[in-house]
Design a protein around this ligand. Structure first.
Ligand code: GDP
Ligand code: IMO
Ligand code: MG
Length: 426
């Protein structure tokens, strides 16, 4: 049977609108698998007047006939996941029997949050601006081979308690020297035990589920979290998250082999945003002021105002190459509706030279200045457009030029947060 697996991931620094696009695409899917990241993610889906912000649960959960898996590449804060499940249940979204948690996923424990927050404090000026959710320390423990995995939530209480106590003792031993808060083992065990009681029925072998779905020809979406330039290998290191947010990470995170992937949808904004520290060549305070004034671009996880800037074609061209993007989903076109001039970055100027590829070092990246090509704005609302032809001519020119510059075809266009404010190119 021909596999029908599509990867949907971010091409910038996260918050590209993946949640919205996934929700739209899930109308024609059987499974949504969340590949990596943790509750540092915030994926917003607006359905009519209802607004959902999903952190760990795949966006497919809002379509009642779709099954969802939090795959082994993700890191799961047990109490956070329980809270999310309870929130969905209150809103009449059924999760039992539809949502599965891979036993392979690593756990984020309270001491990971203490390390994350303590380390950020110590970094002072050079801080990464993490979400403080313990993501980096949980992935560090995974790589150091001392992490606990979701499957261990099914252990007898005594053994699970012993394993947690061991981790907390090691943390507390190092805490004073490192400037981290100490953690109460008893409180941690109580918290994890309570979460384990709720989560046990959701546990499954994530790889087996994914392979069964692939083998039976199910339509599968792999949901990426964060974005290409937050990838620990390919992002603006060290201003990155600790997982692989690129297409390769979608495969390792789920166990779905690369040969089963037939489509890679890259989600991106018609401009650029980023939250936290790190280089951002096209950052523009005036654009940020304008978008924030419209009530847009505040983080869905932390509420922080996102940094805003112009579209960066140097960045997105690299992302298209890295992920093998077969089509793009461009969101937030309407954010540019009121502008007379719209610059797009086509090159980086560094030490008197112009580059078409981003530099390797974040410090060099921070010194790059944008070379802009300026487009005419369309100065009319796009939010009512439901077909490509209904977009203003200048908006079509802008989008087509972007696609040409970055080397990937336009697939989906989004002109508002709602499900219906979405259409295909052409
Ligand atoms: P994600 O993390 O990639 O899922 O993105 P977020 O949900 O964190 O941030 C994207 C924001 O843009 C959310 O508030 C969405 O509701 C909103 N959004 C998505 N597409 C559009 C669009 O085309 N226009 C507008 N106005 N908002 C959009
Ligand atoms: P979604 O899936 C935007 C950023 C943080 C920080 C850096 C490291 O909603 O697109 P972490 O807590 O992961 O160690 O923080 O990564 N970051 C995100 N930025 N969207 C996200 O997720 C993010 N997840 C992490 O702001 O700069
Ligand atoms: Mg987000």
């Amino acid at each position: 049977m021909k596999p029908r697996v599509t990867i949907v991931l971010g091409l910038q620094w996260g918050d590209e609108g993946k949640g919205k696009i996934l929700d739209v695409m899930a109308a024609e899917a059987d499974w949504v698998l969340r590949a990596q990241g943790g509750n540092n993610a915030g994926h917003t889906v607006e359905i009519g007047k209802e607004k959902y912000v999903l952190h760990l649960v795949p966006s497919g959960i809002l379509r009642s006939d779709v099954s969802c898996l939090i795959a082994g590449g993700a890191v799961v804060d047990p109490a956070g996941l329980v809270k999310e499940i309870e929130g969905l249940t209150k809103r009449k979204i059924r999760t039992r029997g539809r949502l599965h948690l891979a036993a392979q996923a690593h756990l984020v424990l309270p001491h990971h949050r203490a390390v994350d927050q303590g380390s950020e404090k110590r970094r002072g000026h050079g801080k990464i601006g993490t979400t403080g959710r313990g993501i980096g320390p949980a992935y560090s423990d995974k790589a150091a081979r001392v992490g606990l995995r979701a499957g261990e939530l099914a252990l007898p209480t005594k053994e699970l308690g012993r394993r947690i106590r061991e981790r907390v003792a090691a943390h507390n031993h190092a805490a004073s020297a490192q400037g981290w808060d100490k953690i109460s083992a008893t409180r941690t065990i109580r918290e994890i035990e309570r979460a384990a009681r709720v989560l046990r029925p959701y546990l499954a072998d994530g790889v087996m589920l994914a392979h069964q779905a692939v083998a039976s020809g199910k339509r599968i979406l792999i949901e990426g979290a964060q974005g290409t330039f937050l990838d620990v290998d390919h992002g603006t290191y060290p201003f990155v998250t600790s997982s692989h947010c690129t297409a390769g990470g979608a495969c390792t995170g789920t166990g779905v082999p690369p040969t089963a992937i037939h489509r890679v949808v890259g989600v991106l904004k018609a401009y650029t945003t980023r939250v936290g520290g790190g280089p951002f060549v096209t950052e523009d305070g005036t654009l940020g002021h304008l978008l924030h004034g419209m009530g847009r671009e505040f983080g869905s996880t932390t509420g922080r105002a996102r940094r805003c800037g112009w579209f960066d074609a140097v960045l997105v061209r690299r992302a298209v190459q890295l992920n093998g993007v077969t089509e793009m989903a461009i969101t937030n076109l309407d954010g540019l509706d009121g502008l007379e001039k719209i610059p797009v970055c086509v090159g980086y100027r560094l030490n008197g030279k112009i580059f078409r590829e981003p530099p390797v070092e974040a410090s060099a990246w921070a010194k790059c200045r944008p070379v802009y090509r300026v487009f005419e704005g369309w100065c009319e609302p796009t939010t009512e457009a439901r077909h490509w032809k209904q977009l203003p001519r200048k908006a079509r020119t802008y989008l087509s030029a972007i696609a040409e510059m970055v080397g990937a075809p336009l697939g989906i266009i989004s002109v508002g947060a709602g499900r219906d404010q979405t259409f295909r190119h052409g």
